[in-house]
Design a binder for this molecule. Structure first.
Ligand SMILES: [Zn+2]
Length: 210
């Protein structure tokens, strides 16, 4: 951890409660740290260009650019315009997924039964949060699942298994352009992505380092 990234120097230091969405505009050069306070908490995340929402995070371009499916230190998070939005600069939170998408009420009913129809889900969290910026369903794209462990099996199957992040595990990324960061602190309780117990996370933002 860099000395410049001490919590007392952060310009933003907030808790995102279990199950809740969050968003914030970061300036180019700023650093975001997401802390998995209690461990095994999936943090569904999207990025948009705050000056032109049509440019947004692209899972496909990110995987293609690094030639590998999991995200970790050094991964460049690419936009739909082929630009680097942010780079992951530190990671103690295990493996991060960008293949499995976000949970939704619809997918929950297909996977877990109709009784889950009215449970909270990341897609709904995202819609609530991006509505603040005038965006809607057509603006949702494939997201990042920080701290979510989705190994790709030898036969190509995506498995959702217990997360690898221990309490206090974190991921840091530095914005390569101005970015709107949108988070759904995943409320899923029907599979192991949150250890069956959604928990709060902490987010910190530091100004660009001199
Ligand atoms: Zn979710």
């Amino acid at each position: 951890m860099s000395a410049a990234l001490r919590p007392e120097f952060a310009r933003l230091n907030e808790i995102v409660a279990a199950r809740r969405p969050w968003s914030h505009v970061m300036k180019k050069g700023e650093t975001l740290r997401i802390i998995d306070l209690e461990g095994q908490q999936a943090v569904d995340t999207l990025f948009y260009n705050p000056h032109d929402f049509a440019e947004r995070y692209s899972a496909q371009d990110t995987v293609a650019a690094q030639g590998a499916p999991y995200l970790g230190t050094g991964t460049k998070l690419m936009s739909s315009e082929g630009r680097v939005m942010a780079t992951i600069t530190a990671n103690t939170g295990g493996r991060h997924d960008t293949s499995a998408g976000a949970c939704s009420c619809e997918s929950n009913t297909v996977r877990f039964g109709h009784h889950t129809r009215y449970m909270e889900a990341c897609r709904e969290n995202f819609l609530v949060e991006i509505a603040k910026y005038g965006m809607g369903k057509r603006d949702l794209v494939s997201n990042i699942n920080f701290f979510m462990n989705v190994p790709i099996e030898p036969d190509g199957t995506l498995a959702i298994v217990d997360g690898q992040s221990a309490p206090g595990g974190y991921v840091e990324l530095r914005a390569a352009m101005d970015i709107l960061c949108v988070i759904s602190n995943c409320p899923q309780i029907n599979n192991p992505c949150n250890g069956f117990d959604p928990s709060p996370i902490r987010v910190l933002v530091w100004p660009p380092m001199a």
